[in-house]
Write a protein that binds this ligand. Structure first.
Ligand code: DGL
Length: 274
């Protein structure tokens, strides 16, 4: 009997479900295991050390649950923990396993989209202060100018289902005008947080129509498909049973209630004690 070896998809809470949804659409044959660390979310305002410690703990848990490949479907975790995990922890704890993030695949495509060469990034305070996006974009497209804006209120707006409220308009408009005031030539904006696709209608309302919005789900899914093609040794190790299991470190009842807003359909999760 073959052992199930699901692809692990990790997020601080719900946001990674917007990424998982696109991954499953593009790569429906694999088994998946989603873990949301809802008990300790949000990560966006936490220190580097804390995000690293929490993310590493969850990655180890996913490894213990037979995941050979883990996607950090969270910008904050990708920004603050991925590099350390890849360089320092993996060689010691599981040299044959892999952990991938969401920032690199996003930055790889952004230079092809921008005509002016001026790009904006929106994200949590943690993602923005880490400077991960400007650093990664520079590696691929050294001539591109990047400006950033932290949007600390956007995740709470989504999580509290205030998406259609006037308060949402207020904060979205404020952050977007701050970003555009930094550079009026920006023609491409990265939604560098997994929650932001839920705000896309409102974001578009407050932006000139010529500005391209880069949402990550599809890009990360394409990046994963490409990675599996380029790494057949890993592809063979991921089992293909079309199953999707959801785990949360908090209450499954609460998780299931909010998850469908992010995933687009009903979710039944189980509690996981770390
Ligand atoms: N999922 C996180 C991200 O993409 C945001 C949520 C949080 O702050 O925990 O950055």
């Amino acid at each position: 009997m073959s052992i199930k070896k699901p692809i692990g998809v990790f997020d601080s809470g719900f946001g990674g479900l917007t990424v998982l949804k696109e991954i499953v659409k593009q790569l429906p044959n694999y088994d998946y295991l989603y873990l949301g660390d809802n008990a300790r979310a949000p990560y966006g305002s936490r220190s580097f050390e804390t995000v690293y410690e929490y993310t590493l703990e969850c990655v180890k848990q996913l490894f213990a649950m037979d995941c050979e490949l883990v996607i950090l479907a969270c910008n904050t975790a990708s920004a603050k923990a991925l590099r350390n995990i890849q360089q320092h922890d993996l060689p010691k704890i599981a040299p044959e396993k892999r952990v991938l993030g969401v920032i690199r695949p996003t930055t790889e495509v952004v230079g092809k989209l921008s005509k002016t060469g001026h790009v904006g990034v929106l994200g949590t305070t943690g993602t923005i202060t880490s400077n991960s996006y400007p650093i990664e974009i520079e590696k691929f497209y050294p001539t591109i100018t990047v400006h950033q804006e932290a949007c600390p209120m956007w995740v709470p707006i989504v999580e509290n289902n205030e998406i259609e409220s006037e308060a949402a308009d207020l904060f979205i408009q404020k952050n977007l005008s701050n970003l555009l005031a930094k550079d009026k030539n920006i023609d491409t904006i990265i939604l560098g947080c997994t929650h932001y696709p839920l705000l896309i209608r409102k974001i578009k309302k407050h932006l000139p129509s010529n500005i391209i919005l880069v949402s990550q789900g599809e890009i990360v899914a394409e990046g994963l498909a490409d990675y599996l093609k380029r790494h057949p040794e890993m592809e063979e190790r991921c089992s293909k049973g079309k199953s999707i299991e959801f785990y949360t470190t908090d209450s499954p009842e609460n998780f299931d209630k909010a998850a469908s807003m992010f995933y687009g359909k009903e979710v039944r999760s189980k509690h996981l004690e770390l």
